[in-house]
Ligand binder design. Structure first.
Ligand SMILES: Nc1ncnc2c1ncn2[C@@H]1O[C@H](COP(=O)(O)OP(=O)(O)O)[C@@H](O)[C@H]1O
Ligand SMILES: [Mg+2]
Length: 265
């Protein structure tokens, strides 16, 4: 009985493998982009300050698909940053679950979460968050260093990223010696250093001059492709115009969803 079952299983497996062989790469890519890169269910994040509890994320369920460019907009205090921090594995929810690329990150230990973050997500913060004692180049090398990239390769790749950001002549500058716009460009280079499949950006153009904002808008346009998944909290009209889906967030909840390109179908 058992043997029979196994042999029919094998047949199914074989034929599905053969099917796969026949399918074009495009079909496979299409399939890949249908799967949610991030799956959140009933997420809650509370902050306790003295006698008060602020519910920053209030029972949010959300799937974000491979290759999707998702914009989250909403007023200040809506909970956008709190939600991004949960999705990016920078914070853990009070309840609810998060799967990212098939891995349950919502109850992961800090150490595993750090490794997951290094390889899977690049986070661009509103306030850049560069390490103040490291140069621009070293800040970009940092995530590569943590993930075990050879030192020479770290350097080479950091130089290339700096050049792409128009910052080759700022490699030895410390963060305080850089303008806000230059710091944000270094921060984006750092987020891209390990070429993660997921980029999360929290109001990346909010505090910047016009020229740098435009540079960063163009960069996100370039980053938008069918393989990389991008989640951005922003009010920037140009970045919003790149979105496949726009979510409006208020009081910790999704109050509206606008689908521009249906990635999952
Ligand atoms: N670390 C924290 N400690 C206490 N309250 C927080 C913390 N982070 C956020 N909050 C509160 O959670 C709510 C949502 O904040 P946030 O996620 O920063 O919103 P947004 O990014 O949309 O402006 C706000 O009321 C804020 O005061
Ligand atoms: Mg915020």
């Amino acid at each position: 009985m058992l043997e029979k079952e196994n042999s029919s299983d094998n047949k199914t497996r074989k034929s599905s493998l053969e099917d796969n062989k026949d399918r074009s790469e495009n079909d496979l890519l299409k399939d890949l982009t249908k799967k949610p890169a991030v799956y959140c269910k009933d997420l809650v994040k509370d902050f306790e300050i003295g006698d008060y509890i602020v519910r920053a994320v209030d029972n949010v369920s959300l799937s974000i698909y491979n290759g999707e460019f998702l914009v989250i907009k909403g007023p200040s205090g809506a909970g956008k940053t709190s939600l991004l921090n949960l999705i990016g594995g920078l914070d853990t929810p009070n309840s609810g679950i998060i799967y990212s690329f098939g891995v349950k990150i919502s109850d992961m230990e800090q150490e595993s979460l750090t490794t997951w973050r290094l390889l899977n997500s690049g986070f661009v913060f509103q306030n850049y968050n560069l390490i103040s004692t490291l140069t621009a180049e070293e800040n970009i090398m940092f995530p590569m260093n943590l993930s075990g990239v050879d030192f020479k390769d770290q350097r080479k790749h950091a130089m290339k990223l700096l050049a792409n950001m128009g910052l080759s002549d700022r490699r030895e500058h410390l963060p305080f010696q850089l303008s806000a716009g230059e710091q944000q460009r270094v921060a984006i280079a750092r987020a891209l250093a390990n070429d993660p499949p997921l980029i999360i950006a929290d109001e990346p153009t909010a505090n910047l001059d016009k020229k740098t904002s435009q540079f960063i808008r163009d960069l996100f346009k370039e980053l938008k492709n069918n393989i990389r998944t991008i989640i951005i909290a922003t009010h920037d009209d140009y970045i919003i115009s790149l979105a496949d889906r726009i979510i409006s967030f208020e009081d910790g909840r999704i109050i509206q969803e606008e689908i521009i390109n249906d990635i999952k179908n």
